[in-house]
Write a protein that binds this ligand. Sequence first.
Ligand SMILES: Nc1ncnc2c1ncn2[C@@H]1O[C@H](COP(=O)(O)OP(=O)(O)O)[C@@H](O)[C@H]1O
Ligand SMILES: [Mg+2]
Length: 351
Amino acid sequence: MYFDDRPKERREDLYDREREIKDILSLIDENRPLIVITGIRRLGKTSLLRVALNEAGREYVIVDLRGINPRSKRDLILRFQYGINESLRKFSRIKDYLKFVEGVEIAGLRVKLSWKSPETLYEVLSSLQERGVVIAIDEVQDARGPVGKELASAIAHFYDYGSSTVILTGSQVGLLYDFLGVENPRAPLYGRVWHEVKLERFSREESIEFLKLGFSQVNLTPPGWFLEEAVETLDGIVGWLVKLGVIAMREGFTRQVITRMLEESSKLVLEELNSFLAKRGRAREKYMELLRAIAQGKDTWDELKETLGVGDSSLAKLLDNLAKASFIEKVGGRYRIQDPVLKFSLLSRWP
Ligand SMILES: Nc1ncnc2c1ncn2[C@@H]1O[C@H](COP(=O)(O)OP(=O)(O)O)[C@@H](O)[C@H]1O
Ligand SMILES: [Mg+2]
């Protein structure tokens, strides 16, 4: 069933993404060391990852770093511990691979990782990769600073000596590239080759088909105007189409349903924006002003510069940070807000 808010696990619940699944499966088969799944929030990275791993016929561990305390080594280790324990439900043998590893304690059906020993992460990753376990790290860019660097070093080690695959995903695509050290020779992963699987928005036709199929799975037939309006508003972002589907299943096909979906989702995107702004100190206001201006259509360099009254280098820096976090993108010389729901919230909450 498509209209379920949680990340998908089974192929039959996933609309399309055939090519992406095929690519990931063959890269895993070939033991390519590093696969990177990119795409803005809610395009289905986690779902793609889980469905592909379910089909890969390999043991795997998924570590979710979304919202990790970016500078806490302890949190990083706890996330690995949680991921490993989750995978033990399916692959209990993994416990045996970790039996004699420094910093790992086995307690019944669970493992406990020590966060005090600096070697734990390396040791755990090495033992897993020796046995061909695939390691997936979701929203990896959320680990930053020294913790991010340590993680990147452990992945680099895995890359150089491994006989298995690491899969990384990231919604904040520019920050993910920073994590990979694309332009930074001093970064641990600099110079490693990776394969990128890029998720894009659905086209207009795909979005319409997706909604029709999703509703037909629950024996509903949406009117044409509803489909048109939904697709117009939600710009091919599957997570939002699903959310709309869930609400419409409950409340029927009315205009208010679309508005309600936008309002309910606004809270979520504003929280995401807030966690970005919380780290920006006094620049916070400038970022908000900039985003609002772009949402209102003042979207060229000159217009933005005039609206904000800042110099070239400040404006470049603000735009660059927003782009790295995938809040905005530049298309044909104009900036635009990537997420239609964020645009809606920027226009409605701060007139
Ligand atoms: N191809 C797809 N078919 C059906 N539902 C999908 C698909 N991709 C994602 N979803 C749904 O969209 C929402 C966001 O997906 P998720 O995998 O969490 O995206 P991301 O990890 O990119 O933020 C979830 O509700 C998920 O069930
Ligand atoms: Mg995700």
